[in-house]
Design a binder for this molecule. Structure first.
Ligand code: COA
Length: 205
């Protein structure tokens, strides 16, 4: 049984672990953590996600999908007008830097700049992160999280925007009413930029 709701502070460590594993093999992640093996990438991801989730918790929206009471998937979104989120506190940034390494931190900075240059202007929700534990993927967890968030988006009556580095994800987001509006590159990795117009109704979501 799946339950969706705001991530509780006590669930943050479990959410970090889910996201660190979900993104371990994504192309952009592999490029940012060039030369690192899967275990090292997972550890480095956890370091970055800890800082990301702390800021998102304070200034954005963090939803968790719980299976048997434990986070199986996590969605991080930025409300209209709140992008870019403020930097995490210095203590967390230093911890992320130590956990990721200087090279990876610099490359993530490059990614942020590349994405920022393409970020649309005007009020819209932004899907910054959506990840499901690998062993629980393709069972509807991601769709349930996306659907719960899009209900909020529709209540606000604004568009929603995201980038993805996996062509396999394009169909998943198209089902929810997103369409590709452009492409860009970061660290040589191809990224698709997708938008869902305000108040679009997606069948089944
Ligand atoms: C992308 C991601 C969030 C999707 O989450 P998910 O829980 O696997 O998604 P769902 O199970 O809801 O849907 C995925 C597909 O499985 C299908 N599906 C859903 N339930 C299913 C079931 N019970 N059996 C078989 N297939 C199923 C869906 O129809 C969907 O197909 P589609 O791609 O044609 O739309 C997840 O795969 C993930 O974490 N990927 C790695 C990180 C990532 O790339 N995140 C997105 C960054 S933008």
């Amino acid at each position: 049984v799946l339950e969706i709701g705001a991530l509780a502070p006590g669930e943050r460590a479990a959410a970090v672990a889910v996201l660190a594993r979900a993104f371990r093999d994504n192309p952009l992640n592999c490029a940012a953590l060039a030369g690192c093996g899967p275990r090292r990438r997972e550890r480095a991801n956890a370091a970055g996600m800890r800082a990301t989730l702390a800021t998102a918790h304070a200034h954005g929206r963090v939803l968790a999908a719980r299976a048997d009471g434990r986070p199986a998937g996590v969605l991080v979104a930025v409300p209209p007008g709140a992008w870019p989120l403020p930097l995490p506190p210095l203590r967390l940034r230093l911890r992320a830097l130590l956990g990721q390494g200087l090279g990876a931190a610099r490359r993530w900075g490059e990614v942020f700049e590349a994405l920022s240059a393409e970020h649309p202007v005007g009020a819209r929700w932004y899907l910054s992160t959506l990840g499901v534990a690998p062993e629980l993927q393709r069972r509807g967890v991601g769709s349930a999280l996306l659907g719960a968030w899009l209900q909020e988006v529709d209540r606000d009556g604004v568009a929603a925007y995201l980038e993805t580095d996996r062509p396999e994800n394009l169909g998943f987001y198209r089902h929810a009413g997103f369409a590709v509006i452009g492409e860009c590159r970061a660290l040589g990795v191809r990224l698709w930029r997708m938008e869902r117009p305000a108040a679009a109704r997606a069948p089944g979501v």
